[in-house]
Design a binder for this molecule. Structure first.
Ligand code: MF3
Ligand code: CO
Ligand code: CO
Length: 334
């Protein structure tokens, strides 16, 4: 006897697909009848490491309002840009975020620690005259987020070394010209298994398809609708606890952009809005568990998770990606 595949009927004869029925509880070792208890409960591949002391930012670099206290004030302006000047400053901030992300990703390899990636990001960011937005945002201790394997989002850079076969999302936000620019990519560490390759590819496609529906007059919920459809068609699940967000003079503000279909959110996109789209797609269940550090979110079943993020601007006839680069890094790794 064998456990069913994700899209096969469940062993309990409910008629539901296995992934919608007993997959999750089986993975936790709770439900499969003895003859079927073959699948091992997964072990964590990431655990809390040593976090190095906080980096400093030179005094001449402009800081966001929370840099000293850790507490963001309520959004300082709407995500709707009324002026050409604000949009131009967003473009510049977005391009600096892209520069820092490319710098970080070019240093991903087996043996490097996430602390080293953070140090590289921090020094590049201040070298460009920008402030690393995560630093002290609601107390976050580092300059970027690094989320490995089962870590969904908000991993804190620490002493863990990357090992061959890992996947890692590096998430970079910078504050420059009075604006935040936010982007992330997931990449491979050396050779990775085929399911991870598919997860990363599908997650990237989810982001691209979502960006494709952005235009004035579109409903906000069209974004999550295309993401959920593509992820689920490929047997993956969409994280619901974390969303995209309006961005500009504030790091996070309304509108919050869900990556699943929310029929009630029929707000319309308008020219001049700037927000992020940042789907987190899981190989197993959609649920997350937060570590005692209050930041690191891991998948409930310890299956892998991938994410990509861009900051986008709604233009008169469509969309402009403010954190764009060349093709994503993972595509150059296969
Ligand atoms: N960059 C993340 C996002 O996409 C937010 C990180 S907040 C931090 O929204 F405090 F964890 F850095
Ligand atoms: Co974001
Ligand atoms: Co981000």
């Amino acid at each position: 006897m064998k456990l069913p595949k994700r899209n096969d009927p469940c062993w309990c004869n409910s008629g539901k697909k296995y992934k919608k029925c007993h997959l999750h509880s089986d993975e936790l070792g709770e439900t499969a009848p003895p003859g079927l208890q073959k699948r091992m409960v997964r072990k964590p591949t990431v655990s809390p490491g040593k976090v190095s002391p906080t980096s400093s930012v030179p005094d001449n670099i402009g800081r966001p309002e929370y840099a000293t206290t850790g507490a963001p004030t309520s959004a300082r302006s709407s995500c709707k840009k009324e002026t050409v000047d604000q949009i131009e400053r967003m473009r510049k901030a977005g391009q600096l975020a892209r520069d820092v992300l490319d710098t970080v990703l070019s240093n991903v390899r087996p043996g490097v620690t996430t602390d080293e990636l953070d140090r590289i990001a921090h020094s590049r960011t201040i070298g460009l005259g920008a402030y690393p937005s995560p630093l002290n945002y609601m107390g976050f201790p580092k300059s970027i987020c690094t989320s490995i394997n089962e870590v969904v989002v908000h991993g804190i850079p620490d002493s863990r070394e990357l090992v061959e076969g890992d996947i890692i999302n590096c998430d970079v936000t910078v504050y420059a010209y009075g604006m935040h620019g936010d982007c992330s990519e997931t990449v491979f560490v050396g050779d990775v298994d085929e399911e991870s390759k598919k997860l990363v590819q599908v997650t990237w496609e989810c982001l691209l398809q979502a960006i494709d529906v952005v235009r004035p007059g579109q409903h906000f919920n069209a974004i999550g609708q295309v993401i959920a459809k593509h992820a689920e068609q490929n047997g993956f699940s969409v994280v619901r606890e974390f969303t995209g967000h309006g961005i500009g003079e504030s790091f996070h503000m309304a509108p919050y952009v869900t990556h699943f279909f929310e029929p009630s959110n029929s707000t319309l996109l308008e020219e001049g809005m700037t927000f992020t789209i940042e789907p987190m797609i899981n190989a197993g269940c959609a649920e997350c568990v937060i570590w005692p550090d209050k930041w690191t979110a891991v998948t409930g079943d310890l299956a892998r998770s991938a994410q990509f993020e861009h900051t986008v601007l709604v233009t008169s006839d469509g969309v402009e990606i403010l954190t764009g680069g060349r093709e994503p890094w993972f595509m150059r790794q296969q």
